[in-house]
Design a protein around this ligand. Structure first.
Ligand SMILES: [Zn+2]
Ligand SMILES: [Zn+2]
Length: 405
C-alpha cells in the first residue's frame, strides 16, 4: 500500500480500532480493576486466567487453558476471513507479594484484550484474512513461564508477537539481559575445627575461593556483563568444618552467545575451587535461564509510529538500564517487541511499589492502556495486510537468528 490512498485507509482503520476499543471500555477497565482487587502471585493466577479466558471465549475465540505445567496459562485463537498470517499478543497477570499489581500486569492483561478485539475489528472491516493468537503467560515475576512456552514452540511461526509494559515513561522496545541462574554446591568432610582440622575438607573454603575466582574474572569481562551472587549455605557452627556449602549466582550479558561463554568461565572458577579444596562440586540451574531480548526494529518502528498516531505524545529511545525478562526467549522464536508506556503522565513512580499499583487505576493509566492496545492492533493489521512489511520484519528476524547461531 502506498501514497495518499493508503494513508486514508490506515486512518480509517485507526478510527475503527479506536471505536472498538472504546466500545469495550467497560470490559478493559473491568480487567484492570478486577485484577487489582484480587492480586494473585506467580503461578497462582487462577481467577485472572478464568476471567481472561471467559472474555475471549465470549468474543468467539477458541480458548485452551490449564496446561499441565502451567495451570494458569491460556491460549486464545481466532481465525478471520479464512485465515492468513498470525499475530500474537501477550497477557501477563501475576502480582507481587504484599504490593499487589505494583508491576502493572493488570494493565498488560487489559492491553492484550483490547489489542485482540481491535485487530479483530480491523480485519472484519477490511476482509483481510488472518489469525489472532493471545497468550496468557503467568508467573512473569518468578519463574518466567514464557521461557518454557518458547522452548515448547508456542510462538513459532507468528508473523509478530507484542506486549507493552507499563512504566513511568514511554520507551521504544529495547534490549534485556540474557541470564543464567547458577548454583554451586560443594560437598566436603566435616570434623572438629580445633582438635582435628587436618581431617576436614572445608566446603565453605570452596565457596570463598569461587567468589575470589569470580572477582578476579570480573576484570576481564565485557563491561555490559553482570555477575552477582550470594552464599546460600555456609555451614552450621564455627567449630565444625562445613561439609556442605553452596553459592547462587546470576550471570547476565547483553547477548545470549556471550552468556554461554561467560557462564563457562564462571563454572571454571567453581571447578577450580573444588580442585583446590578436594570438594565434590554439583552445578545446577536453580531458576529458569533467560535469553536476551532481541527487539525487531522494523516491527518496533512501525509500532512507535502507530503509538504516536494513537495519541502518545512522545516515544523515548530504548531504556539503557535493564534487567532480564522472559520475553527474551520469545524474541528468539518470532519477531517481537516489548516497549514501555507511561501510565503516570511522565511522573516518576517507582516500579514494584504500592504507588505504582495505585497508579494503574487512575485515568492516565486507563487512557495509556487504550493507546497501547490501539497501537498493537494497528501494528497487527499492518503486519497482516502489508506483505512487504511482513517480509522486512521476517528478514530482520532471520538475520538475528543467524547471528545467534
Ligand atoms: Zn515486575
Ligand atoms: Zn512486569
Amino acid at each position: 500500500m502506498s501514497g495518499g490512498e493508503g494513508e486514508a485507509v490506515r486512518e480509517e482503520l485507526l478510527r475503527t480500532i479506536r471505536a472498538e476499543i472504546e466500545r469495550n471500555r467497560p470490559v478493559l477497565t473491568g480487567v484492570v480493576e478486577k485484577l487489582f482487587a484480587m492480586p494473585e502471585l506467580s503461578g497462582e493466577e487462577r481467577l485472572a486466567c478464568r476471567l481472561l479466558s471467559g472474555i475471549f471465549r465470549d468474543a468467539g475465540f477458541a480458548v485452551i487453558s490449564q496446561f499441565e505445567e502451567w495451570p494458569t496459562a491460556f491460549r486464545a485463537e481466532l481465525t478471520i476471513n479464512g485465515g492468513g498470517p498470525a499475530v500474537g499478543f501477550i497477557c501477563e497477570y501475576d502480582a507481587l507479594p504484599d504490593i499487589g499489581h505494583g508491576c502493572g500486569h493488570n494493565v498488560i492483561a487489559a492491553m492484550g484484550v483490547g489489542a485482540a478485539l481491535g485487530l479483530r475489528a480491523a480485519l472484519s472491516a477490511t476482509g483481510h484474512g488472518g489469525r489472532i493468537v493471545v497468550f496468557g503467560t503467568p508467573a512473569e515475576e518468578q519463574s518466567g513461564a514464557k521461557v518454557g512456552m518458547a522452548a515448547r514452540g508456542w510462538f513459532d511461526g507468528l508473523a509478530a508477537v507484542m506486549m507493552v509494559h507499563p512504566e513511568s515513561y514511554t520507551h521504544s522496545s529495547g534490549a534485556s539481559l540474557a541470564m543464567e541462574a547458577l548454583e554451586f554446591a560443594f560437598s566436603g568432610r566435616s570434623c572438629h575445627a580445633a582438635s582435628a582440622p587436618e581431617k576436614g575438607i572445608n566446603a565453605l573454603d570452596a565457596v570463598q575461593l569461587t567468589f575470589a575466582g569470580i572477582n578476579a574474572l570480573r576484570q576481564h569481562i565485557l563491561p555490559t556483563a553482570r555477575i552477582h551472587g550470594i552464599v546460600a549455605e555456609g555451614g552450621k557452627a564455627p567449630n565444625v568444618v562445613p561439609d556442605y556449602a553452596s553459592a547462587r549466582f546470576y550471570v547476565r550479558t547483553t547477548r545470549d552467545a556471550y552468556l554461554r561463554e561467560l557462564s563457562e568461565r564462571v563454572k571454571n572458577c567453581a571447578r577450580g575451587a573444588a580442585l583446590m579444596t578436594g570438594c565434590q562440586l554439583a552445578i545446577s540451574n536453580y531458576e529458569a535461564s533467560y535469553r536476551d531480548m532481541n527487539t525487531n526494529r522494523t516491527l518496533s518502528d512501525r509500532f512507535d509510529a502507530n503509538l504516536l498516531a494513537a495519541g502518545e505524545r512522545l516515544v523515548r529511545p530504548p531504556r539503557d538500564s535493564f534487567g532480564s525478562i522472559d520475553m527474551g526467549d520469545v524474541s528468539y522464536r518470532a519477531p517481537a517487541i516489548h516497549p514501555y508506556i507511561s501510565i503516570t503522565e511522565d511522573l516518576p513512580v517507582r516500579g514494584h511499589s504500592r504507588d505504582f499499583a495505585a497508579a494503574t487505576l487512575r485515568p492516565p493509566a486507563l487512557a495509556a492502556m487504550e493507546r497501547a492496545a490501539t497501537a498493537m492492533a494497528m501494528t497487527g493489521w499492518d503486519v497482516i495486510s502489508d506483505q512487504q512489511l511482513r517480509q522486512s520484519v521476517l528478514d530482520e528476524f532471520r538475520r538475528l537468528q543467524e547471528e545467534a547461531g
